[in-house]
Every structure is written in structure tokens, then in C-alpha cells.
Ligand binder design. Structure first.
Ligand code: BGC
Ligand code: CA
Length: 462
């Protein structure tokens, strides 16, 4: 029975449509391009794709500022292209999950536009307002150093609104039952288009109490159960993978004692301590993190990762441990971000040293949980620290030695392709690594196969 739980036996590959493959030559990756690369992903052995946001958005936070939940951004294609893509993936036995970004909308979303314009609008209460500037407006920022506050004044509304993230991302009032119903509707909509689950962003914030009086937010864990229940009714095999960087004491609140809340969570504890182990040659805290995150219901599963699209967040380490990781993997100020993390890609952090990269991956593929690989890491892509904040590690996929790494025929890709230094596409690209049996790409393919063949790994019970 437990073998039916596909997510325990999955290898997830995360990618952003916009930087993966551009089919129509306008410089922006699209679903038609991604479709052409499905056989590459199938060959690599991945069994699930996690898509970063692709809906209409002003793209001020790489699409994590959505202005319409029920559409595909025209720059990536049409809803028709999307369904062709999910179908193509399904034909190859690859499942698709997508980001569910419902902590906030874009300030350009019609809901927010109407809410700010008309105090009597039904959408007013979909957001979180205050007449006066709350005393804790300068607290709780997620992007310290860049974001100045969590409350901003809106002239049109003549009120202050709450935003846990950037000021153009007003928080949804998630305790409002209409907002909750809309979240279910969004999930139901995409399930009908062929996805089998969601990577739910910022879960602790989504379920927190929000408001001018709320000095210490309290998580409403029960909300997680209703999301799960709804999803399971609509499609029995669909899952939620929660982004929740929380302490091990609260893990069970997210999974649910009876396994009736989140199916999966990213293991941020293991991630941070794994980098500490690599930096300090000391695996004791990693062992502790593994022990602390062990208890969980039989149907629950950890998502394991090395690097993702955000900074490597070291906020849960002790000051001393964090400094150790900084010294080793991100010694320069420009490599660090938000006073807590490192914004580089994996390969440059490990000095491009093949043996260390293999060690890091071997660990990830053998620890209990489902591995989540970031696009480009299978070929050892680098970063471009000239780009702001997290964009440095979001550059286009390097396919070949053709101009712009074969990502686009346009002269101006959406983000510059890395073309200088040891990580330039002339040296690091998928086409050349395919031809070389000893390349990192072929090594990754082999370790993925090995992982699938080891049943202990499948069940996350190693
Ligand atoms: C994403 C970030 C994003 C943030 C705000 C997180 O889930 O990982 O990239 O900036 O949400 O939407
Ligand atoms: Ca395009």
C-alpha cells in the first residue's frame, strides 16, 4: 500500500519556465520550449517537475506576485500550451506540481485594486488593513536589508496594508472564509489542468493570524487539514509540499498527528546542517537534525534539497555555525543575502570540485526523504553575482555551445546567460556533458537510477 504513495518514490526537478527553454525566440522561456525538453528530463530519470509561478504577474518577484491565479502568462504561452505540457509529461510518467502562492497577491491584482478603491467592496476584507501605522510596522520582514517594513500606506485606500514580503505583495486575509474558499478553487482549477499537487509557499505565514493588533502571530493549523481534505476529494493522488522553515517541535503540527495535513515538507533543518557538515567536516549537528526530524506519520515525507531558487537560508544555525558556513562557502559580502544566507549556486560554493559535488549529492540522495534537484545543478551551473538578490542563481539553462547556450535565438534573453569564466556555457552545458560518460550529468543520471533501485530510500526510512 505504502508503495502507492508516488511522492515517496519520486525525484523532483524544479524549474522556472521563463529560464528553461525559449521556443519562439522572444528571449523568454515558454511551455513549448519546456515540452521539447521533456525527453531530456525523462532521460535524466526525474519523475516529477515542480514549476515555479507562471501565471500573469508584473514579475517584480520573479512571478511570486500573481495578478491572476487562473491563467498562464502570455509570455510563456497559453492555457492550451500548458495542458499540452501536462499531458506530454504524463505520457512520459512525469507528474507536475506547481507553486501555490496564496499568502499574498500582486498589488496589481484586480482584488487588491478594487479593495483599495472602494471600502465597501467585498474585496476590502480580503486584505489586511489598519487606519493607523501599527507600532510593529518595522518588524518581521522576510527580506531584511531590502524590505523596509511590513506595513505600507496606500494613498488610494487611505489606510495601511500588511505585507509580510515586499510592499507590492499585499497579504491576503487568509482567515476570511471567502479567501479560504478561493484558495480551494485555485487548487481545484489547476488539478483539472493536469497538475497533481502544489508546492505551497510560506505556509507558516499563510496560516498565521494577521492584523494591526497581532503582535505575535499564531498559526491556525487546522486550515491545513481543510486544504488536504479538499484536495484528496478532488484527486486522491495529489499532494501538498509545504515550504515551512520551522523548528522540529512544530513539524507534527504541519504533518498532522494522523497524517491528515501536509503530505510533504522541505527539511530545512537537514539542509542547513548538511551545509554546516560540509563546511566544518563535522556531521554531529546533521545527525541531530536527522534525529529531530524523524518522527512523522507513515504517509508523510520530507523533501530534501541542496540549493533552491532562494538564498541558502542559514537562519536556524547558531551564530558560530553560520559564520563557519559563510567563511567556507560565501566569504564575500556580495555572496551573502538578507543577513542570514548565501545566494550562490551549489557548484561555485564547492569550488567546482567534482568530488565534493558528488559527496553532497550522494548525501542528499541517500538521506530519508524525496530529493528535489534544482535545474542546472545536474550539469554544475554557476551564478552571476552581478545580478540583484536571488536572480544571480536563476540564469537560463545552459543547453549547448550555441549562442546564449541554446536557450534562445533572441539577442536578449530574459536574464543574461552565464558566458564568462569557468561556469560559462562554453564549458558547462548539457550537450557536451551528454557525450561524456564521466560528466556530472551522466553521473547524476546514474545516481538517480541507483536511488530508485534502493527501496529503503523510497520509503524514507533509511
Ligand atoms: C519563494 C520566494 C518568494 C517568496 C514570496 C517564497 O515561497 O520561495 O522566492 O520571494 O515566497 O512570494
Ligand atoms: Ca518564448
Amino acid at each position: 500500500m505504502i508503495n502507492d504513495l508516488w511522492y515517496k518514490n519520486a525525484v523532483i526537478y524544479c524549474l522556472s519556465v521563463g529560464t528553461f527553454m525559449d521556443a519562439n525566440g522572444d528571449g523568454i522561456g515558454d511551455f513549448q520550449g519546456l515540452m521539447r525538453r521533456l525527453d531530456y528530463l525523462h532521460g535524466l530519470g526525474v519523475t516529477a517537475i515542480w514549476l515555479m509561478p507562471f501565471q500573469p504577474s508584473p514579475y517584480r518577484d520573479d512571478g511570486y506576485d500573481i495578478s491572476d491565479y487562473y491563467g498562464v502568462n502570455t509570455r510563456h504561452g497559453t492555457l492550451g500550451d500548458f495542458v499540452e505540457f501536462t499531458h506530454g509529461a504524463k505520457q512520459r510518467g512525469i507528474r507536475v506540481i506547481m507553486d501555490l502562492v496564496v499568502n499574498h497577491t500582486s498589488d496589481q491584482h484586480p482584488w487588491f485594486q478594487e479593495a483599495r478603491r472602494d471600502p465597501n467592496s467585498k474585496y476590502r476584507d480580503w486584505y489586511v488593513w489598519s487606519d493607523k501605522k501599527p507600532s510593529h510596522a518595522k518588524k518581521g520582514m522576510v527580506f531584511p536589508g531590502v524590505q523596509k517594513s511590513t506595513w505600507s500606506y496606500d494613498k488610494e485606500a487611505r489606510a495601511w496594508y500588511f505585507h509580510r514580503f515586499y510592499d507590492f505583495q499585499p497579504d491576503l486575509n487568509t482567515s476570511n472564509p471567502h479567501v479560504q474558499a478561493e484558495i480551494l478553487k485555485i487548487m481545484g482549477f489547476w488539478i483539472q489542468q493536469g497538475v497533481v499537487g502544489f508546492r505551497m509557499e510560506a505556509v507558516p505565514f499563510v496560516i498565521s493570524t494577521k492584523g494591526p493588533q497581532v503582535k505575535k502571530p499564531v498559526e491556525q493549523y487546522d486550515m491545513l487539514r481543510s486544504l488536504r481534505e479538499f484536495l484528496q476529494w478532488r484527486a486522491g493522488d495529489s499532494i501538498i509540499l509545504a515550504e515551512a522553515n520551522v523548528l522540529p517541535e512544530t513539524d507534527m503540527e504541519y504533518f498532522g498527528e494522523d497524517g491528515d495535513r501536509m503530505h510533504m515538507m522541505f527539511n530545512f533543518q537537514v539542509n542547513q546542517n548538511l551545509f554546516y557538515a560540509l563546511a566544518a567536516s563535522d556531521c554531529r549537528p546533521l545527525v541531530q537534525a536527522l534525529k529531530a526530524t524523524k518522527p512523522r506519520p507513515a504517509t508523510a515525507q520530507w523533501g530534501l534539497f541542496l540549493r533552491n531558487h532562494d538564498e541558502l537560508d542559514l537562519g536556524r544555525l547558531t551564530e558560530e555555525q553560520r559564520q563557519r558556513v559563510f567563511e567556507c562557502f560565501g566569504p564575500e559580502k556580495e555572496m551573502q543575502l538578507y543577513e542570514r544566507g548565501i545566494r550562490r549556486r551549489l557548484a561555485p560554493m564547492l569550488n567546482g570540485d567534482r568530488r565534493r559535488i558528488e559527496l553532497a549529492y550522494s548525501l542528499m540522495f541517500s538521506l530519508p526523504g524525496t530529493p528535489v534537484v534544482r535545474y542546472g545543478d545536474e550539469i554544475g551551473m554557476g551564478d552571476d553575482l552581478k545580478l540583484p538578490e536571488r536572480n544571480c542563481a536563476r540564469t537560463p539553462m545552459q543547453w549547448s555551445t550555441e549562442p546564449h547556450a541554446g536557450f534562445t535565438k533572441s539577442a536578449k534573453p530574459i536574464l543574461p546567460v552565464i558566458s564568462e569564466g569557468p561556469y560559462g556555457y562554453q564549458h558547462v552545458n548539457a550537450a557536451e556533458q551528454r557525450r561524456d560518460p564521466n560528466s556530472l550529468l551522466n553521473w547524476t543520471e546514474r545516481i538517480i537510477r541507483m536511488r530508485k533501485e534502493v527501496p529503503g530510500g523510497r520509503l524514507g526510512r533509511l
